[in-house]
Design a protein around this ligand. Sequence first.
Ligand code: HSE
Length: 434
Amino acid sequence: MNRPLKVALLGCGTVGSAVLRALQEQADDLGARVGRAVEVAGVAVRRPDHHPDVPADLLTTDAHALVTREDVDLVVEVIGGIEPARSLMLAAFEAGKSVVSANKALLAEDGVALHAAAAKAGVDLYYEAAVAGAIPILRPLRESLVGDQLSRIVGIVNGTTNYILSRMAETGAGFGEALAEATELGYAEADPTADVDGFDAAAKAAILASLAFHTPVSAADVHREGISTVTATDVARAAEIGCTVKLLAICERVANGSPTHPGDSVAVRVHPAMIPTTHPLASVGGAFNAVFVEAEAAGQLMFYGQGAGGEPTASAVLGDLVAVARNRLAGAAGQGPSGYADLAVRPMAETPTRYHVSLDVADKPGVLAAVAQEFAQHGVSISTVRQTGRGDAATLVIVTHSAPDAALSATIAALREMAAVRGVTSVLRVEGLQ
Ligand code: HSE
């Protein structure tokens, strides 16, 4: 008789409890889809008394003993963080269990070693839930699009920051006010650092870039800027040129031209940027996520949905769980990501970007020429210039063409020193403008 497949659940927070609920309430359907009954072997938590809804005989504080138990086939890791999640995953692989994880920080820091350990053991490591919650994006990159050449991925992969920026655009509020509202409504955590400073998005960008470009990319390779410096003025300036401000995770394959990276390389960055309101990502509001993919043959694709929350994230975990369970019954493991291309990671300084700059200047002959001269001296070509106001209150709004990021930031530093420039009132990168 075929014994049921047994699942060890590590962690029972928002996502873990939604996974457990589904495993219990949808057991028949999940079993039918797998081709074998799937049962919960145990639930490892730190404080069992905090989980009165979980049957007491399933709860344990000994996660290591649970993952290495002989009758356990599959492990779901929804603890998050680096340790003990990493040690538990490695122990699970060594004991021959496949793992489903939602742990973006761990995968972005140590994905190569974890995949190697899974491959050595002949088991699976799946983690669809680690990037953009419910949105299926990793399996499409790993499987559906693996025959294509990807050139670029631009994602809104952090709901907290998207909520804050959306509110700033809707209400004209500053960052602090919008963050306070997000915290009050539960969209931001008490310590919002991981979201607001872009760490969460950077980990997701590393995972996306690794899969898209068959190149190991870790979180440390990702240039990261958060949204705490985005001002109400930035958001207003964006609106004036038909744009909106979003925190973007951008992963792109950049052709040669860099002095230190003459071949193709990958550039991976997270920073706030203006995008035209006509861009599909501009309409992604509130706490929603979306990932925009550009591929040579497929063209443009957009994946949109809920990027966080117990049930949506559990949907991705359960999808992976069914996949790894099926693999196990077939006596096989799915193909892990490949790092064969092993492209260099291009430093931000050499990555081509475009800037939007707002300057308060005196409205006198020669000021525009002097400002333009600074751009020229740094090798930065100007795309558009607009002046508003007169006399003391004149404002110059300049959008550049693409140039190495270091040349653009050096231009801004030089502008700040110019006597004719009373203030640099807004600087943001621009993406997706013609
Ligand atoms: N904190 C994340 C967000 C969700 O705000 O989107 C989990 O990655």
